[in-house]
Ligand binder design. Structure first.
Ligand code: AHR
Length: 518
C-alpha cells in the first residue's frame, strides 16, 4: 500500500497456457486442460491460506472482541459466531497486530488487568485504542480457532530490547521475570509462536527507511531473536510492495542469510489510483475486467521477486510470504475505516490469487489476505449481533483441499477475455494431488458472459470419476448481506460428462470451481 501503483499492463498468460483466438461473445467457449500428474512439484504449504487481523476500523473491536459483558454470545469476550466460522475454515495462520499499526504498538500496553491498560490514540487508523484486546486475548483467539499466530513486532518506533522481551514473555518456560509475569497474567505454559514479522512496510509507514538502512536494522533486530524454548522462531523480513524490486534485491543481498522469509504486499485497486479506487458494489463489466487485469499482476510480482531471490538463495530456503493482499475499494461514507462489501468479483480475485500462490508453491510458503473481519477483502462481515460469510470466505473453504498436496502443472488452452484494448485469460487454474492420490483442480472462469466447455485430461493418472463444488451467481455484483438470503454460496457442481477417460465439464460464467478427480 501507500505507494502509487504503476499503470497496469496486460499480464502475460501463465507460462503453460496457450491463448487460442477469442471465440466471440457467444454464450460459451471451448477450452482444453491437461493436469500433469506425472510432473508433481512442491508441497503446497497450508500457511498460504492465512489471514490478517489489525487494530483497524471494526476488525478487532466489534469484529472479534465484544467484551465479556456483551449481549452478543462470546467466549471470554470474543464473538462465538466469528470463532466458529474461522474454526470451520481451519484458518491456518493469523497475522497480528498490524499492518502499519504494528510499528506503533507497544506490547506491554496490552497485558495485565484490562482496567489498568492505557488508552492511546491509534494514529494510523483513528480513534482510541483501549488495549482491551492485547496479547493474551489474541493468543486465546488463536487457540480457540486452532490457528497459528504470526506476530508482527514493532521496528519503526520500537527497539530490539522491546522485541526480545516480548518474545521471551511469550515463549520462555524458565522462571525468568518475564515468564513469571506471563504466569501472573494468567498464562502458565509458554505459547507456541514461530512466525515473527520484523516490522511492516518499513519503506513506508514502518519508518520510511531506505532498503540499505532497513537491511542493517533488520539484522540488528534479527540478532536478538533468540530461542527461549524448543521452538525456533522463523524471522520474516519486511519486504517489498508490488514492483519494489530494488528492495528485494538489497534485502536479499545484505540480509538474506539472516532471514527465513521475506514479505510481499500487493493490493488490487480497480482503477489503480489511491485517491479514487472504485466502488466495492457498484460496478459494471469494465470495472470487473480492470480489477481482474490488475489482480493478475500478482503473478508477475511473484515471478520477478522469486527470480531475484533465486540469485541469492537458489536452494529456496527463504520463503516469500505474501502477508497482505486483496481488493481495496473506496470506503462508503459513514462506514468504519476500510470497511467494504464483498461480491462475486472478490471471490474471483481470491481464486486467482490462491491459484497463483499454488503455482508458486516452491517459494510462496505463507500468505495472509487483508483482512479477516470488517476490513478490506474480508472473510467475515459483522453488524451488531449479525454476521455474514463473504464470497471470499467460500473460496477459502473450497480451496482447503489443496493443503499439503503436491502442486501439479496445468496446461491450459483457452481464449482470452477481451474488453476494449485489454485482455485477460478466460480461465485461470491450479491443481494438486493429495496424499490419497486424489487430484484437485481449482479453476476460475473470469468471463462474466460465457460459460466454458472444458475438455479435461489428467496425464499420468487416468481418471473416471469427477465431483466438485462451484461458486457463482446470476450477477457480477451478487453479495451476501445482513438479513437477506445469501447471494453467493457454493453449490454442488454437476455439469460433468464422462465417456471413458474423456471428461468434459461446463464451467459457469464468472465462477470459481474446485473439482476432485479420481
Ligand atoms: O491492511 C491495511 C494496511 O495496508 C496495513 O496496515 C498496511 O501494512 C498496508 O499498507
Amino acid at each position: 500500500m501507500l505507494t502509487a501503483l504503476a499503470s497496469a499492463q496486460a499480464p502475460a498468460p501463465p507460462a503453460a497456457a496457450s491463448a487460442a483466438p477469442a471465440t466471440g461473445r457467444g454464450s460459451s467457449f471451448d477450452a482444453t486442460l491437461t493436469i500433469r500428474a506425472d510432473h508433481p512439484g512442491s508441497k503446497i504449504d497450508p500457511r498460504i491460506y492465512g489471514n490478517f487481523a489489525e487494530h483497524l476500523g471494526r476488525g478487532i473491536y466489534e469484529g472479534i472482541w465484544v467484551g465479556e459483558g456483551s449481549a452478543i454470545p462470546n467466549t471470554r469476550g470474543m464473538r462465538n459466531d466469528v470463532i466458529a466460522a474461522l474454526r470451520k475454515l481451519q484458518l491456518p495462520l493469523l497475522r497480528w497486530p498490524g499492518g502499519c499499526f504494528a510499528d506503533e504498538y507497544h506490547w506491554r500496553d496490552g497485558i495485565g488487568p484490562r482496567n489498568k491498560r492505557p488508552h492511546r490514540a491509534n494514529t494510523w487508523w483513528g480513534g482510541v485504542e483501549t488495549n482491551a484486546f492485547g496479547l493474551h486475548e489474541f493468543m486465546d483467539l488463536a487457540e480457540l480457532i486452532g490457528t497459528e499466530p504470526y506476530i508482527s513486532v514493532n521496528v519503526g518506533s520500537g527497539s530490539p530490547r522491546e522485541m526480545a522481551e516480548w518474545l521471551e514473555y511469550m515463549t520462555s518456560d524458565s522462571d525468568s521475570e518475564l515468564a513469571q509475569l506471563r504466569r501472573k497474567n494468567g498464562r502458565q505454559k509458554p505459547w507456541k509462536v514461530k512466525l515473527i514479522g520484523v516490522g511492516n512496510e518499513n519503506w513506508g509507514c514502518g519508518g520510511n527507511m531506505r532498503p540499505e538502512f532497513y537491511a542493517d536494522t533488520y539484522k540488528q533486530f534479527a540478532t536478538f531473536i533468540k530461542k527461549y524454548s524448543d521452538t525456533t522462531f522463523e524471522r520474516i523480513a519486511s519486504g517489498p510492495s508490488d514492483e519494489q524490486y530494488a528492495w528485494t534485491n538489497v534485502l536479499m543481498a545484505q540480509a538474506g542469510k539472516q532471514m527465513d522469509g521475506l514479505s510481499l504486499h500487493y493490493y488490487t485497486l480497480p482503477t489503480g489510483k489511491w485517491d479514487a479506487k472504485g466502488s466495492a458494489t457498484r460496478f459494471g463489466e469494465s470495472e470487473w475486467h480492470a480489477t481482474l487485469l490488475r489482480t493478475l499482476r500478482m503473478g508477475t510480482f511473484l515471478s520477478k521477486h522469486s527470480a531475484i531471490m533465486d540469485k541469492y538463495d537458489p536452494a529456496k530456503r527463504v520463503s516469500l510470504v505474501v502477508d497482505e493482499w486483496g481488493t481495496w475499494y473506496d470506503t462508503e461514507p459513514g462506514a468504519s475505516p476500510l470497511y467494504q462489501q464483498n461480491t462475486l468479483r472478490d471471490a474471483v480475485v481470491a481464486g486467482i490469487n490462491l491459484n497463483l500462490f499454488q503455482q508458486h508453491a516452491d517459494r510462496v510458503r505463507a500468505a495472509a489476505s487483508a483482512q479477516a473481519i470488517n476490513v478490506l477483502q474480508a472473510l467475515i462481515l459483522t453488524k451488531g449481533s449479525q454476521m455474514v460469510l463473504t464470497p471470499t470466505y467460500h473460496v477459502y473453504d473450497l480451496y482447503r483441499v489443496h493443503r499439503d498436496a503436491l502442486a501439479l502443472p496445468v496446461e491450459l488452452s483457452a481464449p482470452r477475455y477481451l474488453l476494449g484494448q485489454a485482455s485477460v485469460p478466460t480461465l485461470h487454474a491450479s491443481a494438486s494431488r493429495d496424499a490419497a492420490g486424489v487430484v484437485h483442480l481449482s479453476i476460475v472462469n473470469l468471463d462474466p458472459n460465457r460459460s466454458a466447455q472444458l475438455k479435461l485430461k489428467v496425464a499420468g493418472a487416468p481418471s473416471r470419476k469427477v465431483s466438485g463444488r462451484t461458486l457463482t451467481a446470476p450477477t457480477m455484483t451478487a453479495l451476501n448481506d445482513f438479513g437477506a438470503a445469501p447471494g453467493v454460496t457454493p453449490a454442488p457442481f454437476e455439469a460433468i460428462q464422462i465417456e471413458g477417460e474423456r471428461i468434459t465439464v461446463t464451467l459457469p460464467a464468472k465462477s470459481v470451481t474446485v473439482l476432485a478427480i479420481q
